[in-house]
Design a protein around this ligand. Sequence first.
Ligand code: HEM
Ligand code: NAG
Ligand code: NAG
Ligand code: NAG
Length: 513
Amino acid sequence: MLKILVFLVVAVAADRPDRRQYDPGQQLSYYKNFTKCPIGTLTTTFGAPIEYVDATVTLNRPLIRNPYIMDELPHLVRERIPERVVHAKGAGGFGYFEVTNDITHICDAKLFSAVGKKTPIAIRFSLVTLEKAVQDTTRDIRGFAVKFYTEEGNLDLVALNIEAFVFRDPVMFAGFVRSLKRNPATNLRDFNMFWDFVTLRPETVLGIITLFSDLGIPASYRNMPGFPIHTYEVINKSNQKRFVRFHFTPDAGIKNLFTEQARNIAGQDPDYHSRDLYRAIGNGECPSWTLSVQVLTPEDVKNAGFDVFDVTRFLPHDKYPLIPVGKLVLNKNPINFFAEIEQLALCPSNLVPKILGGVDKMFESRIFSYRDAQFYRLGVNFNKISVNTPFQTEVFTYTRDGRAPVKDNGRDAPVYYPNSFNGPVPYRAKKRQEITQIYEGPSNNFDQVREVFDNQMSEEERTRLIENIVGTLRLVLRVLQERAVKMFKSIHSELGERIELALFGNRTTTCKN
Ligand code: HEM
Ligand SMILES: *[C@@H]1O[C@H](CO)[C@@H](O)[C@H](O)[C@H]1NC(C)=O
Ligand SMILES: *[C@@H]1O[C@H](CO)[C@@H](O)[C@H](O)[C@H]1NC(C)=O
Ligand SMILES: *[C@@H]1O[C@H](CO)[C@@H](O)[C@H](O)[C@H]1NC(C)=O
C-alpha cells in the first residue's frame, strides 16, 4: 500500500505540466494556477499545525509561547551563508550533454563513450568581482561552470569566458582578487589597486585587453563562450595520453554589449542576464553550446615551441583546430535558487576516470581551493546536498558524521579501511597513468597580445578597447597612468601610444592628480 502511494506521489510530481516553463514575471501566478488552493496547513518546523492567532498577533500575548514567531525570527537571522568570495553573483540551470562525435581515440571517459549518449548537467554562470548584488552588465570576467553527472561520478568543467587566464602563478590569486574588490578604507571600488597590480605583473595584459574589449560585457549568458583554459591530460581508448583544451561555443553566436548600452541596461535592470537566462529556459528556447576540443599528442606538446600548459596563453586555432564533441543544452530552470544554484559546488577537482585534469600549478591550487571554499561555505558534507550528489552512480565512502546533511551517513557499513567485513574496496587499474610532471618557466604571452590587437580586432574594436581601458585609467593616480602607458608601449607600441594620447592628449594639457 505504502509503495503504491509513493509511486503515485512520484508520478504526480513528474506529471506537473512543464513546471519550470514560464516567464520569470509569471512565476507566482503560475504557482497559484497550478496549485488551485493553499498547499497545506501552516506548521512549525517540527510539524505541529499553527493556529491563526499565533500567525497574526503577538501584541499583549506571551511571545515565547508563540511557536510561529519562535520559528520565524531565529530562522531569519540565520538565513545567510557566506557568499562565494569570487563569482558571488550568478544564474544557472539544468539540462543535458549529448555526444555528437566519437572522440574515444582522444578521451575514453564514459561520458564520451557513444554518439548520442546523454549526461545530465547543471550549469552556473557568474560575474567574478563584486558581491551578490552586482549589476549583471558590469564589465567583468564571467564564470561558465558545468557539472556533468556522469555514471563514473561528477565531472566539473569550471570555466571562464576568456580564452587565457590573467596570470599563471597561483601565489598571485589572493592579491589579484583583493585588488579588484573594495578599497578597505573607502569601501569603494578603487581602480588604483587594480592598475597598480596589473602594471606590476604585465603578464596580465592579455587577460586585461580581453576584459576591456567587446568581450568584456556579454549580451547574454546564452551568447557567451566558455573556456576551461587549462590543458587537460586525458587518456584514450588505447590507454595513451592526449592533451586537450575544452571549448564551449554558444550556438546562438557570441554577442556582446557596448559600454554605453551596458550602462543603460544596468540602470533599468541590474539582473538583466539572470532574467534573460530564466526567460529563455522557461520559454523552452533551450540555449545550447557546442563542446569541442583542441588536441595534442605528447609529441605535439614537445614540439609546440611554447608552453602549451601556460594558462596565460591560448592555443592558436589554426595549429590546433577545434574538434567537435557534443552539445550542451539547457532545458530546466531551478525550482529553488538557493537549494540548487547557491548551493551548487563546482570544483575543478571533480574529475572522472580518463580525465586527469590540468598538470600546471594553477590547476593544483584550484584542486585545493574550491574544496576548501565549499567546506567553509556549505559544510563538510557539501557533496550530500542534493544538487551536488553524483546521482548517476552509487557513493561508497569511509567519511562519516559532521555537519548536516549526513543523509543515511553510510548506514551500518564498516567505517575504516582496510577491513575484513565487506566495506567498499578500491578498484585496480590495468595500467595506472600518473599525471605528467612539468617544469613551468615565467610567462611569455606578449606575442599573443600583439596577435590579438593586430589580427583579431577590427579598427572599431581597437578604438573601443582603448576607450574602455582609458575609462578606468582616467580615474587613477598619475604615477599609475604613466606606468600603465610605459607597460603598454613596451608590449605593443601602437596600443601604448594610443592610450597615452587618449589619456594625456598631446601633452599640452597635463592634469595633476
Ligand atoms: C589560482 C587560481 C584560482 C583559484 C585559487 C580560484 C579559486 C576560486 C574559489 C575559491 C572560488 C569559489 C568557489 C566556491 O565558493 O564555490 C572560485 C570560483 C570560480 N572560479 Fe576560480 N580560482 C582560480 C582560477 C580560476 C580559473 C583559471 C578559472 C577558469 C578557467 C576559474 C573559474 C572559476 C569559476 C567559473 C568559479 C565560479 C564557480 C561557480 O559558479 O560556483 N577560476 N575560484
Ligand atoms: C493563471 O490563470 C489566470 C486566469 O485563468 C490567467 O489569466 C493567467 O494567465 C494564468 N497564469 C499563468 C502563468 O498561466
Ligand atoms: C591514443 O593516443 C596516442 C597518442 O597519444 C595515439 O598514438 C593512438 O593512436 C591513440 N589511440 C587511438 C585508438 O587512436
Ligand atoms: C594632437 O595633435 C594633433 C596635431 O596637432 C591633432 O590633430 C590631434 O587632434 C591632437 N590630439 C589630441 C587628443 O588632442
